[in-house]
Design a protein around this ligand. Structure first.
Ligand SMILES: Cc1ncc(COP(=O)(O)O)c(C=O)c1O
Length: 365
């Protein structure tokens, strides 16, 4: 028997582990976010680290996004090759090997990069001149997450000036990501803390403008804060990513978006009446935000994942599960789960309708 994925096959016929995408829920998520930004002064530049999938990036652009955000140069290369015309690498691209690739990328698409160190500005400027290309750069400001970025205020000025004066680079503005705030459960507290964080970007912008530097772009924001930073007059673009898929963690924060992603598994063993073992472990589902949750079957709960096994406890209805039966999981973190798979099985009303390659999966360099 030769197994083949074919359009129209039932979801339960798909071999496992398999990453499933509910097309209708996904499209509603894309449209809901696009509608929020339609007609507003702030634009959407969705983060592709969530999906790493050119088909999805192109759909986000079709729905009105002004460009795409990437975390890694490797992701940006894949998306540029697929025809994404405008890409922000919201990260530092450091070292001669990557700088060489970044200057090549500038020939493929309109690229913009985050920077927070003068040596990196020098190196990129020299490489741009040598290749005869130019690109936009944002100064990354640490607005409380304590990851990359210069301190807000005065520290941004010399770096912004250096970029503005650097041949091959154009100073395009600021980036500040409020990642430490996106999961605050109480929306009022989240909104108030976001106002405080974005105020740091505004102060920095004011300082640069007083010193003669135009700041056309201020970029940041995520799924947990898109409507808070996205309605703040300081911000010009929002980098939300997870809203396309959602997961058990973000569903608690953002009930207006629907869980569209799941992992299909097969029961491979029933060693005891209350124990169900599936073929999906840590190599099919991430668990840094908690264990993935079985969905659609009452009385099942995940106990632990090992590399290639999911161990579940069964009560009531689930006690009848047999080897060969299928169980679906809602991931606790969509972005790191997607990176474990080669393709999305796109499902509509329980039938396979398409396969979308996760072409930038694993492109961490
Ligand atoms: C730089 C940056 N921008 C935006 C986001 C927002 O992503 P999400 O919508 O998944 O919270 C992230 C998340 O890691 C990020 O690192």
């Amino acid at each position: 028997m030769s197994y083949q994925l074919r359009p129209g096959m039932h979801v339960l016929e798909i071999d496992t582990p398999a990453l499933l995408l509910d097309l209708d829920a996904f499209e509603r998520n894309v449209n809901r976010m696009a509608q929020f930004f339609a007609g507003r002064p702030t634009s959407l530049r969705p983060h592709a680290k969530t999906h790493k999938c050119p088909t999805i990036a192109l759909r986000q652009l079709e729905a009105g996004a002004i460009g795409i955000t990437c975390a890694k140069l490797g992701e940006a290369e894949v998306l540029a090759q697929a025809g994404v015309p405008d890409i922000l690498i919201a990260n530092q691209v450091v070292g001669p090997i990557k700088i060489d690739r970044l200057t090549d990328l500038a020939r493929e698409c309109n690229v913009m990069v985050a920077m927070d160190h003068p040596a990196n500005v020098d190196a990129l400027s020299r490489a741009c001149q040598a290749k005869g290309v130019s690109m936009r750069a944002l100064v990354e400001v640490d607005i409380g997450m304590k990851r990359c970025g210069v301190r807000p205020g005065g520290a941004a000025l010399p770096l912004a000036r250096q970029i503005a004066d650097a041949p091959g680079l154009q100073f395009a503005g600021l980036m500040g990501y409020e990642g430490h705030l996106v999961m605050i459960p109480d929306p009022d507290e989240r909104a108030s803390r976001v106002r405080g964080a974005v105020a740091l970007l505004q102060e920095t912008k004011d300082l640069l403008e007083r010193n003669g530097l135009a700041v056309p772009i201020v970029s940041g924001g995520g799924t947990g804060t898109f409507d808070m930073s996205g309605t703040h007059p300081t911000m010009t673009e929002i980098q939300a990513g997870s809203y396309v898929f959602m997961d058990a963690t973000y569903c608690r924060i953002r009930p207006e978006f629907e869980p569209a992603l799941s992992v299909l598994s097969t029961v491979i063993s029933r060693p005891a009446r209350d124990r169900v073992v599936t073929d999906t472990g840590k190599k099919a589902m991430s668990e840094e935000f908690g264990l993935p949750r079985p969905i659609g079957i009452e009385g099942l709960s995940t106990q632990a994942l090992s590399e290639e096994h999911g161990r579940l406890t069964a009560t009531a209805d689930a006690a009848s599960l047999q080897p060969g039966d299928k169980v679906r999981f809602l991931p606790s973190h969509c972005c790191t789960t997607v990176n474990l798979h080669d393709r999305l099985h796109v499902i509509q009303r329980d039938a396979l309708v398409d396969i979308w390659p996760i072409a930038a999966r694993g492109r961490a360099q």
